[in-house]
Every structure is written in structure tokens, then in C-alpha cells.
Design a protein around this ligand. Sequence first.
Ligand SMILES: Nc1nc2c(ncn2[C@@H]2O[C@H](COP(=O)(O)OP(=O)(O)O)[C@@H](O)[C@H]2O)c(=O)[nH]1
Ligand SMILES: [Mg+2]
Length: 162
Amino acid sequence: MLAPHVNSFDREKLLRIMLPKIYARSIILYVCDVANFEASIIPEIFAKIEKEHHRVILVANKIDALPAGFKLDTLQLWVKRQISKHVTDVKKLEQFHICLTSAKKATGVNKILTILEKTRNSNFMKDLNHLPKVYVMGTTNSGKSTLINAMLKAKDKKKMNG
Ligand SMILES: Nc1nc2c(ncn2[C@@H]2O[C@H](COP(=O)(O)OP(=O)(O)O)[C@@H](O)[C@H]2O)c(=O)[nH]1
Ligand SMILES: [Mg+2]
């Protein structure tokens, strides 16, 4: 969505146009590149998430690119700590699910589908007067397109297996 080289004027303008269009009580799939985590965070989006009622699936993508033997438990904790730097109210961390994925190798994708399904059927999304909205966000090259394709494939596979 936003490349790091987008100059600040364009960036502000883009965010100003785009952020108000997000429906309240939505699901936000926020895709980060684990190898470039800090640069994958768009603070304005985090501020928006915190102000409104959304559920966030923080996707820490490209785990296949980590050095062999990297402990995923440790990574999960590390990601949580990084997010906590970007929210002012720690209680808001409860809105976040953290999913470690490799969109390229389709690792961790089923967990996202399960969370999406549970959230869609939960009280959180009850009585909406529009279809539930899911937004896929993240900086350029974090893997959004690859993830969407992997999710569609995994969903087809699930359907075929009944
Ligand atoms: N190693 C690795 N590369 C990935 C992964 N997901 C995406 N990529 C690569 O990252 C680049 C950007 O991916 P893309 O889905 O186009 O990102 P987008 O700009 O967010 O839509 C492409 O070269 C992808 O092949 C992943 O899980 N692991
Ligand atoms: Mg893309």
C-alpha cells in the first residue's frame, strides 16, 4: 500500500483519504515483513486501529527467510513487544492476534482463516448493517498479494476436503 519512498506529502494525503473510509468493527490483516519489521509499521494506521473498534491480525510474514533454528516462540514474543511500542494503551493489545507466516510456503495460513471465521461469527461482528469487512494492509512488498493468494488456495483446499 505505502512504499517507504512515498514522500511525506503523498503519504499524508493518501492516509487522509483512505483511513476515514475504513468501516468500524472491521478485521484488519496487517502484513509485516519479519526481516524488516520496524519499517513495516505505519504508525498512523496503528493510531487509527487503537482509536476504533477493530480486530487486528498482525501477520509477521516471511518466516521462511529467517536463519535456520530461529525459535518461533521467541519471535512471537518479540513481535508482541514490538507492537506494544506502537499502542499507547496496553489493553488494546487484546485486539491483536499475532500470526507467524510464510505466505510463499503457505505456512501459518490456516490459522488466519480460523481466526477470520471465528471473528466473523462472534458477537463483535453481530448486527452489522453491512457485510463484514476485512482490510489487508501493510507496506509494499510485505507480502500482501502472496498472502491473499495463499489464503484463497488454502480455502479451496479446505472446501475440497469437506
Ligand atoms: N521469502 C519470502 N518471500 C515472500 C513471502 N511472501 C511474499 N514474498 C515475496 O516478497 C515480494 C513481495 O510480495 P508481494 O506479495 O507482491 O507483496 P505486496 O507488495 O505486499 O503485495 C515477492 O517477491 C514475494 O515473492 C514469504 O513468505 N517469504
Ligand atoms: Mg501486492
